[in-house]
Every structure is written in structure tokens, then in C-alpha cells.
Design a protein around this ligand. Structure first.
Ligand code: CP
Length: 300
């Protein structure tokens, strides 16, 4: 699973079927004897450890590559590192800051590889867990119904936004997309705008939190500081006060849901965490179950 590109409606339905079973504590496959290798060249809490939990829950085992203690520090190439790792596991979960590295790695490792985030490119398993969380509250497969999603924050660099938008465009004509970037430097690239324009008549970009009544799903993201040049990072000025807090809750629908892939920074105040519309820790929980279903799809 390198990208959203190869994901079909049938596959999403299959995944959600087994995700629900895993969430109900039913056994969906036994992976005793199988080994998963986490290959993370960039920080992670949720993605790395939820894959680890998912593998353990399915009876398999996990090894974690640690770049800081690896022979990369002795001058070994990435290619030799990957050729070596290929012999140690049955499935690989790879995160790397360079967008193309995942595709190069998939040429070297002739075993299943899951993209756990490639720079500002994609994060397909996050998109699937996001969609599963949305599906838990809205009947999105009923194409007679329509839904509005607002993507907020660093639209340009957020790989979770890129993958979820691609997934929505591919499968859900009935989900309408609106964007709220924090400032002009975080506006989407033309390619993404074109994709959205093919999906719906036009792309609406709103300016602040003053009119949020029409949205069913509010999807927040942090500023991806690690993707910005140092100069821009220091000088970035937001168009509005980006902290969404208790005072904003009265301006959103009673049955809206608030999502965030996490980690969060200042954009979501912790004073809203107990509001039942906030589902970001439910996303974290669903991350384990969707990854169990993904592992099942690979080994069955
Ligand atoms: N959402 C997400 O990818 O979190 P991590 O960076 O902690 O894995």
C-alpha cells in the first residue's frame, strides 16, 4: 500500500468489514510466525506503535529499525540497508521525509510495503482510519445523502489531507470539500486544486472560523514545521487566530465531528476535548483496528 491510487471501493468496504470485527474483539486472522518491520526515518508515535500493536494483537511479531543506532552511521547506503532488512521480516512499514523514497524502496524490497508517510506526499493508512471514523458517524456509502467536509490548516504540506482528499475524490461524489488554510503560504498546490475541481464544480476557500454551520466534518491539521524552510518557519503569519476553542463550538453543527490526525499544536485547544463532537482520540483507537484489517488483507 504505497498510495491511495490503487485503493478501490470494494477494498475499502472489505477493510471496514474487518475493522469493525477487530473492534468487536473478533479474531480476523492469526499471524503467528509472521514478522513486521517498522522502518521509520522520521518521528512517529501513533503510526509506528499502532502497527506494532496491530501486529501483536494478530499474534505476529515486530522488529523496529532504529536509524540512529544503525550502520547508516558507518556509511552504509540506504539501498544496502533495505536489501539487508528484506531478509528479516515479511511486511514493512516505511516512513521517510523524501516523497520518492517509498517508491525506490519498493523496487528493492520484494515484499509488501506500507507507506506510513512519504514527506508531504501521502499517508494512506491515516486516510483509511480517518474515513472509517467518518463512516462511524455518517452513512457516506449512501450516495443519495451528501456531506460537507472542511479541511483546516496546512493544506499544502499535510500528507494526511492529501491522502484523504484523494480517497474522497475517488470514491465519494457525495462528499463536498471546502478548504481553510491558515495563510497563503499553506494554500494547496495547483495539482490538488485541479483534482478537487474535477470532483466538484469549484473549490471554495474560506478565511476564518466565522461561518462553520454547514460542515459535518471539520478536519484540523497542525503547521508542518518540519516541511518549511527555516526562514519561512520563523516568519509565518496566520490570517486569523487559529486556535479553535470552546467559544467556537456553538458555531458548529450539533452532530458535526471534529477530526485531527494528531499530533496537535496550538490549533486545537484542549478545552474542547470533552465535547462529544471531538473524535481525534477515537481516530487513534481506530488506527489500531484499521491496521489490523490492512495486515489481514496482506496475509490472507
Ligand atoms: N497521525 C500520525 O501520523 O501520527 P504520528 O506522526 O505520531 O505517527
Amino acid at each position: 500500500m504505497l498510495s491511495i491510487d490503487n485503493i478501490t471501493l470494494d477494498f475499502v468496504k472489505y477493510l471496514f468489514f474487518f475493522t469493525k470485527k477487530a473492534k468487536n474483539k473478533e479474531q480476523i486472522i492469526n499471524l503467528k510466525g509472521k514478522i513486521l518491520c517498522n522502518l521509520f526515518f522520521e518521528s512517529s508515535t501513533r503510526t509506528m506503535l499502532s502497527f506494532q500493536t496491530a501486529m501483536y494483537r494478530l499474534g505476529g511479531e515486530v522488529i523496529n529499525f532504529n536509524k540512529d543506532y544503525s550502520s547508516l552511521n558507518k556509511g552504509e547506503t540506504f539501498s544496502d540497508t533495505l536489501k539487508t532488512m528484506e531478509h528479516y521480516a515479511d511486511v514493512f512499514v516505511l516512513r521517510h521525509p523524501k516523497k520518492d523514497f517509498i517508491y525506490q524502496a519498493s523496487e528493492i524490497i520484494k515484499k509488501p510495503i506500507i507507506n506510513a508517510g512519504n514527506g508531504d506526499g501521502e499517508h494512506p493508512t491515516q486516510a483509511l482510519l480517518d474515513l472509517f471514523t467518518i463512516f462511524s458517524y455518517f452513512d457516506i456509502f449512501d450516495y443519495k445523502k451528501s456531506f460537507n467536509i472542511l479541511f483546516i490548516g496546512d493544506i499544502k504540506h499535510s500528507r494526511t489531507i492529501h491522502s484523504l482528499i484523494k480517497l474522497i475524490i475517488k470514491l465519494f461524489k457525495n462528499i463536498h470539500i471546502t478548504l481553510l488554510p491558515y495563510c497563503s503560504e499553506l494554500y494547496p498546490d495547483n495539482d490538488l486544486i485541479k483534482l478537487i475541481e474535477e470532483h466538484q464544480k469549484s473549490v471554495t476557500i474560506i478565511n476564518d472560523y466565522s461561518n462553520l454551520q454547514e460542515y459535518d466534518i471539520l478536519y484540523f491539521t497542525r503547521l508542518q514545521k518540519e516541511r518549511l524552510e527555516e526562514k519561512l518557519n520563523k516568519n509565518i503569519v496566520y490570517n486569523f487566530d487559529i486556535q479553535f476553542s470552546k467559544k467556537h463550538l456553538e458555531n458548529i453543527k450539533e452532530n458535526a465531528i471534529i477530526l485531527h490526525p494528531l499530533p496537535r499544536n496550538e490549533e486545537l485547544s484542549t478545552d474542547i476535548d470533552n465535547d462529544n463532537r471531538c473524535k481525534y482520540f477515537e481516530q487513534v483507537e481506530n488506527g489500531v483496528y484499521i491496521r489490523m484489517a490492512i495486515l489481514r488483507s496482506i496475509f490472507s
